[in-house]
Design a protein around this ligand. Sequence first.
Ligand SMILES: CCCCCCCCCCCCCCCC(=O)SCCNC(=O)CCNC(=O)[C@H](O)C(C)(C)COP(=O)(O)OP(=O)(O)OC[C@H]1O[C@@H](n2cnc3c(N)ncnc32)[C@H](O)[C@@H]1OP(=O)(O)O
Length: 169
Amino acid sequence: MSLKTPEQSRTIMTDLVLPSETNPINNLFGGELLARMDRAASIAARRHSRRIVVTASVNHVAFNRAIPLGSVVTVEAKVSRAFKSSMEIYIDVWIEDRESGEKTKANEAIYTFVAVDETGRPVRIEEIQPVTELEKERYKGALRRKQLSLVLAGKMKADDATELKALFN
Ligand SMILES: CCCCCCCCCCCCCCCC(=O)SCCNC(=O)CCNC(=O)[C@H](O)C(C)(C)COP(=O)(O)OP(=O)(O)OC[C@H]1O[C@@H](n2cnc3c(N)ncnc32)[C@H](O)[C@@H]1OP(=O)(O)O
């Protein structure tokens, strides 16, 4: 049987920015965006694993562009790599120009989800096979990012993070 692809987990959520979701300078609250990304990522993780999933870590968030009130925001999440029970989810955030409809990349983030059983214990999941160049690039970097996240969380010794250390050699 062929492996699942990142495309099969792709989850797209499009929504508006309402006044109750903005900060005093009329841009989307960072926390609101984090919640939207968490929701999209959890569905992508679930689509890949078909199991209960929990957020284990927010590995990276870049708020590169403020998102103004009234914007149409699209959050696109895909599993970039599946390990034993954990999955890296890559999230791209786009805003749409009201006149032209053209989409501009506003932010991106990387989350880690873990598939668990009904008692919360991690369970084995299927591997994933990247197809496009971007998917292959994200797949390749995912082990390094997993090791960095584990080192920062105090769950791995820096000495054991071989893939991460290779960056500096
Ligand atoms: C079907 C389509 C339509 C679907 C339509 C419905 C969709 C409906 C979806 C609803 C989805 C709701 C989504 C709610 C999302 C929350 O909001 S969950 C709430 C927030 N999160 C939590 O409460 C999680 C609390 N933490 C835990 O339960 C445990 O720490 C964890 C995450 C299960 C890990 O447990 P653990 O004992 O550390 O287990 P351990 O074996 O050491 O690690 C397990 C894996 O996690 C990795 N890991 C652990 N910590 C980290 C870390 N900091 N960084 C990176 N990796 C880590 C390990 O490396 C390991 O990876 P693998 O090598 O197995 O791949």
